[in-house]
Design a protein around this ligand. Structure first.
Ligand SMILES: Cc1cc2nc3c(=O)[nH]c(=O)nc-3n(C[C@H](O)[C@H](O)[C@H](O)COP(=O)(O)OP(=O)(O)OC[C@H]3O[C@@H](n4cnc5c(N)ncnc54)[C@H](O)[C@@H]3O)c2cc1C
Length: 460
């Protein structure tokens, strides 16, 4: 091995980078890590974790309604204080980031607080430190960044990055986008009492999810007071003394205090020096990698959102772990991207694993569909309007469960468990042999016996 400063240099201390750095260092490699912002990356600093805190905070409003239904009273002066929440959130995020720093240090990795740029395939420049380091292997784990569409006035909008630090809670907000981040933030704002409009250019929210789940969730969001404006997009945003006027293609011109874009994220590759090292990108600007996360350059690897495979924290972590196993433990390991469970922390939330019905029909031909929509026990007690929906997609020939989709309280918690069985190839018969757990909403999942009969397709 040539005389490099490090065996491995990791660019980006987020979910994927930190896991890869720690495991590699624990395997005896000399590891350096550069992070230009706070250690922990998108998930800890401006993604999953602060978002979940916001979801928890905003759910309380609905819980108060439920509490009233159960006979509680005295809520006349219930107030939410945004500043207090933000302060507590930032303290917790700093604590979590500190744990990541300690974990890296305990594993023996060197951490540099600097932006890193590639100079060539083995050399990294640490910007502002007047320092270059060399490494045998380089791992790029720089994540993604929100994309804002370009049209007149779009510069007045914010993204999820800024939504975590708004000086005050706005009176009204327009969230633009139909993906999970848009839907989650719409729920957060609405729960916190902000007048919320969700505008999406497509015909329905959550593209890629099962169509029944998408429609059901849309209805539930409207019940929670979110105004859905579909099949429309911005022509321009005009800043007036009243607020931001959104000129939409359907002729509507809603005025809101804040416009938040959740219109996709792109790999954060600008200025990284990838061209100097010869690292190839695909047409969408993501780093091209093989099954072992190796790029077009033999000693450079990439994991996580920058490779745009499945952009979720646990996936970045598993890709980072597989990299360390492959490169520093002499055990070639390709992470299996199949059957990754996904949650949308909308209100109510969604949990989903495996194939959506339409996707399954295309790939497997005939499928059996089981679905159930019901008012859960918690709601029936006081006449609440929330409805839960559950759906199973089963391959007709083999009876293997191909997909499980739930909208309703605790859906993500249910789906984590369902994912184990589905990944193992469970059949509908084995699934049904499981005794129901009573009284729960989840018991409905193992008691759906009647195939859904579609008016178009006969037995679906
Ligand atoms: C609002 C939001 C909510 C989300 N919610 C969820 C969720 O509920 N569940 C889930 O699984 N996923 C969620 N995600 C996605 C998840 O955060 C990402 O998939 C995950 O963080 C990707 O990890 P990563 O290691 O690829 O990159 P990141 O975690 O983004 O880390 C990249 C790091 O690299 C640093 N960096 C970038 N360029 C350089 C450079 N040149 N030099 C030095 N450092 C650099 C960045 O500062 C960052 O710290 C959410 C994302 C967002 C935005």
């Amino acid at each position: 091995m040539a005389d490099y400063d490090y065996d491995l240099f990791v660019i980006g201390a987020g979910s994927g980078g930190v896991r890869a750095a720690r495991l590699s260092a624990m395997s005896g490699a000399r590891v350096g890590v550069a992070e230009e912002h706070l250690v922990g990356g998108t998930c800890v600093i401006r993604g999953c974790i602060p978002k979940k805190f916001m979801v928890y905070a905003s759910e309380v409003a609905h819980q108060v309604q439920v509490a009233k239904g159960y006979g509680w009273s005295g809520f006349e002066n219930v107030r939410f204080d945004w500043k207090t929440f933000l302060e507590k959130k930032d303290v917790e995020i700093a604590r979590l980031s500190g744990i990541y720093v300690r974990n890296l240090s305990n594993a023996g990795a060197d951490l540099v607080h600097a932006r890193a740029e590639l100079k060539d395939a083995h050399t990294v420049e640490l910007i502002g430190k007047n320092q270059q380091v060399t490494a045998d292997k380089i791992l790029i784990a720089v994540g993604g960044w929100p994309q804002v569409p370009e049209f007149p006035g779009s510069e007045h909008g914010i993204t999820s990055n800024e939504a975590f630090h708004l000086e005050k809670l706005p009176k009204s907000v327009m969230v633009v986008g139909g993906g999970y981040i848009a839907v989650e933030f719409a729920g957060i704002f609405a729960g916190l009492g902000v007048e919320t409009t969700l505008v999406y250019r497509g015909p329905n929210i959550l593209r890629g999810f099962d169509d029944d789940i998408r429609s059901h969730l849309g209805g539930e969001l409207e019940k929670r007071g979110i105004r859905l404006v579909l099949a429309a997009q911005h022509e321009k945003i005009e800043k007036t003394s009243e607020g931001l006027v959104s000129h939409l293609t359907n002729g509507l011109k809603p005025t809101t205090e804040v416009v938040m874009f959740a219109t996709g994220r792109s790999p954060k590759v600008t200025g990284l020096g990838l061209d100097k090292a010869g690292v190839e990108l695909n047409a969408e600007g993501a780093i091209v990698v093989d099954d072992y996360s190796k790029t077009s350059v033999d000693n450079i690897y990439a994991v996580g959102d920058v490779t745009d495979r499945i952009n979720l924290t646990p996936v970045a972590i598993r890709e980072g772990a597989a990299f360390a196993e492959t490169v520093f433990r002499n055990n070639p390991t390709a992470y299996d991207h199949a059957c990754v469970p996904i949650a949308v922390f909308s209100q109510p939330p969604v949990g989903s694993v495996g194939y959506a019905e339409a996707e399954a029909r295309k790939k497997f031909g005939q499928v059996d569909i089981y679905k159930s929509t019901f008012r859960p026990l918690k709601q029936t007690f006081f006449g609440g309007e929330d409805r839960t929906m559950m759906k199973l997609v089963v391959e007709a020939k083999t009876q293997k469960i191909l997909g499980c989709h739930v909208v309703g309280d605790d859906a993500p918690e249910m789906i984590q468990m369902a994912a184990i069985a589905i990944k193992m190839g469970v059949t509908k018969q084995q699934w049904d042999n499981t005794t129901a757990l009573h009284p729960t909403a989840a018991e409905e999942l193992v008691t759906m016996r009647e195939k859904f009969v579609s008016p178009d397709l006969g037995v679906a």
